[in-house]
Design a protein around this ligand. Structure first.
Ligand SMILES: NC(=O)C[C@H](N)C(=O)O
Length: 334
């Protein structure tokens, strides 16, 4: 293949296990994340150069459980700059898997480009036997450089699958088959070639009303978990800490304990947005006015978004509106 015919792909490295290193090849779970630099990662997969003209940039070097809103904004701004550049055809972001689904959904909402943006991680460090990072990265670069991936929103390539960044979630730790979407993968990558089966139906990237260029900061949105015998301590503490919205991680259909309902009604009257999501394991599906009278209480439902994704959309949405009806519209559309 001619060098000129190859796409230009930039890999933005943020850390995670894909950049992790353990003491021995037997250490698949005990290791330090965010150790290996991007140039070394690229050098470790020489086959990347057959797919694309690849260059790397170390944006940060952290384990993804420690990512902050400022990190998200920093990464989002760099992605937007690169997407605007004529000599960039696709962008790959290497990322820890713990919050990979949050970053992928954030970028899916705020990047105004149809160029492929692929977020990728690994479950085992590169020093381990059967490390999965090399192939995941190879697949990410293959998809980032392909014309077919354009306009499909932010994507995630893990375990040979191409997932929508909006839908995908880490469902399992330890196993390499960790990332699933309740609605199934969009496609597969095999030997550097992608095979597509479906398209995302929700608004994203070019069709989104949000733009990273207009977002100066992200508001404080907290998450409170529900369970039997729950009380209102966590909800009150989040509000006292200045939360503009609280994601209620409800049982079942986002249901709310009778011990918590009065507090959530009060917090809403004080201006805090209450957003009902669910902690059911295979993906919640919270419907308005089912289990709780959302119209009466002026609450919002997260529908199929898991709590951590609901936090991302709530933060981005609150940069545009404080109106609960607008917020609900956004939760249906994105
Ligand atoms: N597999 C991983 O990447 C987990 C790691 N704790 C991280 O998210 O950075």
């Amino acid at each position: 293949q001619e060098a000129a015919a190859k796409p230009n792909v930039v890999i933005l490295a943020t850390g995670g296990t894909i950049a992790g290193a353990g003491a021995s090849a037997a250490n698949s779970a005990t290791y330090t994340a965010a150790k290996v630099g991007i140039d070394q990662l690229i050098a470790g997969v020489p086959e990347l150069s057959q797919l694309a003209n690849v260059r790397g940039e170390q944006v940060m070097q952290i384990a993804s459980e420690s990512i902050t809103n400022d990190n998200l904004l920093q990464l989002g701004r760099r992605v937007a700059e690169l997407a605007d550049s004529k000599d960039v055809d696709g962008i790959v972001i290497t990322h820890g898997t713990d919050t990979l689904e949050e970053t992928a959904y954030f970028l899916n909402l705020v990047e105004k480009t149809d160029k492929p943006i692929i977020v990728v991680g690994s479950m085992r460090p590169g020093t381990a036997m059967s490390a999965d990072g090399m192939l995941n990265l190879y697949n990410a670069v293959a998809v980032a450089g392909s014309k077919e991936a354009r306009g499909k929103g932010v994507l995630v390539t893990m375990n040979d699958e191409i997932q929508s960044g909006r839908d995908v979630s880490k469902m399992m730790n330890i196993k390499t088959e960790a990332f699933k979407s309740p609605w199934g993968p969009l496609g597969m990558v095999v030997e550097g070639k992608s095979y597509w089966f479906r398209l995302p139906a929700k608004r994203h990237t070019m069709d989104s009303e949000f733009d990273i260029k207009n977002i100066k900061s992200l508001p404080n949105v907290g998450i409170a978990y529900s369970y039997g015998n729950v009380d209102d301590t966590a909800y009150k503490a989040l509000a006292q800490n200045g939360a503009k919205a609280i994601i209620h991680v409800g049982t079942g259909n986002g249901s709310v304990s009778s011990r918590v309902v009065p507090t959530l009604q009060e917090l809403r009257k004080d201006g805090v947005q209450i957003i009902r999501s669910s902690h059911v394991n295979n993906g919640g599906f919270v419907l308005r006015n089912a289990e709780q009278p959302d119209d009466k209480y002026d609450w919002v439902v997260a529908h199929d978004l898991n709590p951590q994704k609901a936090r991302i959309l709530a933060m981005v949405a609150l940069t545009k509106t404080q109106d609960s009806k607008e917020l609900q519209r956004m939760f249906w559309e994105y």
